[in-house]
Write a protein that binds this ligand. Structure first.
Ligand code: ADP
Length: 191
């Protein structure tokens, strides 16, 4: 089973993906994590995307589609969870093609709904907690970048809601519920 967790930054996609990895042996593909990894290992691509990410803008479709294509090659017996990808209609089309080439299907798209002020508060809080724990906060976890990430989300990613709705595989859940309740809603959808 292959699924997409769709929702704005801070909606809790990564947290829920973690549960699915544990419970179902799925493989999480987070383009955000892959890009951060590329940055910290200092690859040419990582250096190229660093400033774009820190500002809160989207990196090019070509780069993220390339990253995903590479991971799909490796296969996943328990299926893939796409987290933070696709984020544009072009990425959604590319994912559809990549899966079709492998004879795979996209089985569910779960939209996690959360209001903007909660998102900003969660992300700013995540940064403060990281610092309190003696870790470094993500460079894009500040209010200015979060607001830009939200605008990017509404402009470029929210159209995917209509796209997947039209394809018949979209389900919305309340991302403001307690973590365990959200976990339960996702389990119900996936069966
Ligand atoms: P969040 O969901 O909290 O914004 P992510 O870790 O998913 O965080 O993404 C961090 C940044 O990485 C994004 O703001 C963007 O710059 C880049 N990025 C991640 N995934 C994509 C994607 N699919 N397309 C374009 N840019 C992406």
């Amino acid at each position: 089973m292959n699924i997409i967790l769709l929702g704005p930054p801070g909606a809790g996609k990564g947290t829920q993906a973690g549960f699915l990895v544990e419970e179902r042996g799925m493989v999480q593909l987070s383009t955000g994590d892959m890009l951060r990894e590329a940055r910290s290992s200092g690859t040419e691509m990582g250096q190229k995307v660093a400033a774009i990410m820190d500002a809160g803008n989207l990196v090019t479709d070509e780069i993220v589609i390339g990253l995903i294509a590479e991971k799909l090659e490796q296969g996943a017996a328990g299926g893939f969870i796409f987290d933070g990808f696709p984020r544009t209609l072009a990425q959604a089309d590319a994912l559809g093609e990549l899966l079709a080439q492998k004879g795979e299907t996209l089985d569910a798209v779960i939209e996690m709904e959360v209001d903007d002020e909660t998102l900003v508060a969660r992300i700013v809080n995540r940064a403060a907690e990281a610092v309190a724990a003696g870790k470094e906060a993500r460079a894009d976890d500040n209010e200015e970048s979060v607001r830009i990430r939200l605008v990017e989300y509404y402009k470029k990613t929210a159209p995917l809601i209509g796209y997947y709705h039209a394809k018949g595989n979209l389900t919305k859940i309340d991302g403001l519920a307690e973590i365990d309740q959200v976990r339960g809603s996702i389990a119900n959808i996936l069966g």
